[in-house]
Design a protein around this ligand. Structure first.
Ligand code: MLT
Length: 411
């Protein structure tokens, strides 16, 4: 009999969002007339921008004619999209990123989960706590975690993020080689300023570590001193890989498209002490394991970089920004401390005293038929909080907030 990969046995419980979905389904089965409103998983509700639809229709039409049909595309993504990304997302912000440092994929989750494959199994990983669970689980699967002891993996360095520090982590103390940073942060909604990020880049330069910078929520940034890209910090190209997504920026959660940037300056070391380019290794990995994101989808993504496309996606993003403000104001009226929601679609809510994150999840589900995401599912420091997303419709967001206030007042 074949043997299983024992690393998988080291994973704790189910994937967080699968667990939440299971609870939601169980409630629905027991209460068939339930009118549940989800402020749980960060899944969007607003339709794709008209420019995206037009571009994808045109691409579909091209696929129907022998002269314009496309088969396998480049594993790195079509040049038309990589050029648009390099110009609009980076060069226009003063970041010197070229198309051959960009790898288009079917979403940031895959990239952020897979990137660790080009690093040594022995490399120590640092994660902030609370954290997006994909960073943790993908390293557990790869055998980098060590045993799970008293609520933590023994080989990970956890960087606790406390309320009194604005949910920002201090620098590590064990010189990890891989550091995951997410800004604006999922789940807390906090965002690193230029000064904060400079400290991290200098640390990585001094220690030789690599920052995995998850910028999936950069489109929600409203404050001027919060960088949209880590490459806005001088020297970051030597030490950072950046992950971007069209899921929340342009409503692509179901369409699937994202990209990562692996700069040519970023070098890894072999056992013999030789230097090897991370860009080259990732390219090799993608060519072997990935056949590119669909042409139709990439044409859709390209369209958001037009003037009209930018206008249209901002209109949709404004809907979510307003929802976040409604949730924040509602939490305040209900007497619950809350933060995030300013540079982020996520509001991080402190649960009422005496309750755990899951207690409050059950309370909101049973008393208000609202789904949230329990903070403890993001790590030990998430205990005592829940995350609410602003991705529902304005009507349902307002209704959810009213229901939450009513349920809390009746407690
Ligand atoms: C979230 O809710 O944290 C995200 O939607 C999950 C994801 O992007 O994979």
């Amino acid at each position: 009999m074949a043997h299983c990969n024992e690393n998988y046995l080291n994973l704790q419980g189910a994937y967080l969002f699968a667990e939440v979905r299971k609870k939601q389904e169980a409630y629905k089965a027991a209460h068939p007339d339930a009118n549940i409103i989800s402020l749980g998983i960060g899944d969007v509700t607003q339709p794709l921008a008209p420019v995206v639809i037009e571009a994808m229709k045109k691409a579909v039409e091209e696929m129907g004619h022998v002269e314009t049909f496309r088969g396998y595309g480049p594993e790195q993504g079509y040049l038309f999209l990589r050029e648009a990304i390099a110009k609009h997302d980076f060069q226009d912000r003063g970041c010197d990123i070229s198309p051959d440092e960009i790898f288009v994929s079917d979403g940031a989750k895959c990239d952020v989960g897979n990137m660790q494959e080009i690093f040594a199994e022995s490399d120590i990983v640092a994660i902030t706590d609370p954290v997006y669970p994909v960073y943790v689980d993908s390293n557990v699967m790869a055998g980098r975690s060590g045993k799970y002891v008293r609520g933590a993996y023994e080989r990970f360095e956890y960087l606790p993020c406390y309320e009194e520090c604005g949910f920002k982590a201090n620098l590590p103390s064990h010189d990890p080689m891989i550091i995951y940073l997410c800004s604006p942060n999922n789940p807390t909604g906090s965002a690193l300023t230029k000064k904060d990020l400079t400290v991290w880049v200098r640390y990585a330069q001094q220690t030789g570590s690599v920052i995995f910078f998850d910028a999936a929520y950069e489109a929600f940034i409203t404050e001027d001193d919060v960088p949209h890209s880590i490459y806005e910090i001088e020297g970051a190209k030597e030490v950072a890989i950046e992950f971007r997504s069209y899921s929340k920026t342009a409503g692509f959660t179901g369409v699937r498209c994202g990209y990562c940037v692996v700069p040519k300056e970023l070098m890894l070391e072999t056992k013999k002490g030789e230097k090897i380019s991370a860009n080259q290794l990732w390219d090799r990995r993608q060519c072997t394991k990935f056949n590119g994101c669909s042409y139709i989808v990439q044409r859709g993504a390209e369209a958001i970089y037009t003037e009209e496309g930018q206008k249209q996606i901002q209109e949709t993003l404004d809907i979510y920004r307003k929802n976040a403000a409604v949730i924040l104001a509602g939490a305040k009226e209900a007497g619950l401390p809350a933060c995030g929601g300013v540079n982020s679609p996520y509001v991080w809510l402190t649960v009422p005293e005496g309750m755990t994150s899951w207690d409050f999840f059950d309370f909101l589900l049973n008393e208000a038929e609202i789904i949230c995401t329990p903070g403890s599912g993001f790590g030990p420091c998430g205990e005592g909080y829940v995350r609410l997303t602003s991705f529902n419709t304005p009507e349902l967001t307002k209704e959810a907030v009213e229901r939450m206030k009513k349920a809390l007042a009746a407690r």
